[in-house]
Write a protein that binds this ligand. Structure first.
Ligand code: IMP
Ligand code: MG
Length: 196
């Protein structure tokens, strides 16, 4: 199992970094009440820890999106499956993401949100695979600059699995995991490989 994946960010490291981000956001938005927007489903674990680390009267809202089939893959064009419940016109909006890879999805989403005239629009991502970035994106808050490997845990999935792992793993053998998608399930009870 441990030759399939290794720990990239442990539970304590994530908790500490999320706390720091919460303090940064609390300081920067003092006197305001931002709306935190999370994109389902990967972002919800990070959002739930982050917003409890923010000492401001924040609101949260959710969007669900899907890419427009194989033909549009790589364009970042998405279809909104579930829209926000609230109008963000005139609001301070902070998009909370689990991971930004090429940034195509987020770039499209930001232009859709910008069209609704928020007072401000910023991004907070836990992981930034910055080496993969295609469109230029301004990211106000980032947890970790992530290496270019496939990662799972803390909200991030492989075929809908592993979102509830409390740590983040880098998948070292993607072929092996593709052959047996449940191969890492033992870590849910055993804890991280190497006992970190
Ligand atoms: P982008 O448009 O290339 O930035 O795609 C970002 C989305 O791809 C994220 O919101 C994730 O859902 C997914 N994603 C990208 N990299 C990973 C990864 O390493 N593990 C799990 N999901 C990923
Ligand atoms: Mg996502």
């Amino acid at each position: 199992m441990s030759d399939l994946a290794s720990v990239l960010y442990g539970e304590d490291e994530i908790r500490a970094r999320v706390g720091e981000l919460g303090r940064d956001i609390t300081r920067d938005y003092a006197g305001r009440s931002p709306v935190l927007i999370s994109v389902l489903k990967g972002g919800v674990v990070f959002l739930s820890d982050l917003f409890r680390a923010i000492q401001l009267p924040v609101r949260i809202d959710f969007m669900s999106i899907s890419s427009y089939g194989a033909g549009a893959e790589g364009s970042g064009v998405v279809r909104i499956l579930k829209d926000l419940d609230q109008d963000i016109g005139g609001e301070d909006v902070l998009v909370v993401e689990d991971i930004i890879d090429t940034g195509l999805t987020l770039s499209y989403l930001l232009s859709a949100l910008r069209a609704r005239d928020p007072k401000s629009l910023e991004v907070c991502t836990l992981l930034d695979k910055s080496v993969r970035r295609i469109p230029p994106l301004e990211i106000r808050y980032r947890g970790f600059d992530c290496p270019d490997s496939f990662v799972v845990g803390y909200g991030l999935d492989y075929r809908e699995r592993y979102r509830n792992l409390p740590f983040i793993l880098a998948v070292d053998d993607q072929t092996g995991l593709a052959e047996n998608p449940d191969a890492l399930a033992g870590l849910l009870t055993e804890g991280p490989p190497g006992g970190i």
